[in-house]
Design a protein around this ligand. Sequence first.
Ligand code: IPD
Ligand code: CA
Ligand code: CA
Length: 265
Amino acid sequence: MSGIGEFARVGTKAALEAGRLLMKHVRTDFAVAHKGDVNLVTEIDIAAEELIVGRILEAFPSHTILAEESSPEARRGSHTWIIDPLDGTTNYAHGFPFFCVSIGLEIEGELEWGVVYNPNLDELFAAHRGHGALLNDEPIRVSKVSSLNSSLLATGFPYDIRTSEQNNLDYFREFALRAQAVRRAGSAALDLCYVSSGRFDGFWELKLSPWDCAAGYLMVREAAGRVTDFKGEPGTIYGKECIASNGLIHHEMLDVFREMASVTT
Ligand code: IPD
Ligand code: CA
Ligand code: CA
């Protein structure tokens, strides 16, 4: 029977291989299609996903795949691999070098292991539940910044930004005024890894999908950070609200959501 060591070996190899595939084709003439007004998918997203899914099912044929491009609605199994073959597709399509591969593994409903690979910087983030988080094999930890006023935050905007009122522009304004600065770099999985490694102090976003945050949530928690929804309940990758932070500024971030909710009700 395979154990977590074998799952991690196969998952890591698949992430590295997919990352190399992304780098081989970036800034080439690949086909791009629209999934929505501003939601793109390239033929490289699809090729990377096929590669990852192929490697995983070859090793573990009975496992379940929940993957953005080919099986976004899959029902979870006892072992479910949650895959974003290219997080940061808009960046990729424009040749902006901030994108990654994200793979998480849920066992019996619990996030057990995850990896995020940024091939631009050759940075491999990995986390194993109860065993901490690593960046290129070195342990990582969230930052020690203890006030929102001194924090560097990150966020993103949902693909229905043009049509939905819940498009994060109101929160963005508020945090931009209260934090030291806010970045919108275009890859939620990397944003979460940057919180894990202390490069960002906090992150929030709404309407993320499980593949955006499966590996990233585990990473933040294993790096001693905190992940919740906007009310402070433990964050789940199947929920629609995410606050991830170093823990120290979490209550101040929650206050902003509380204040804004009381203004709108
Ligand atoms: C997107 C990125 C982006 C976030 C969006 C995601 P994709 O994923 O993570 O930063 O703001 O919500 O959907 O489409 O590039 O895989
Ligand atoms: Ca994504
Ligand atoms: Ca994607």
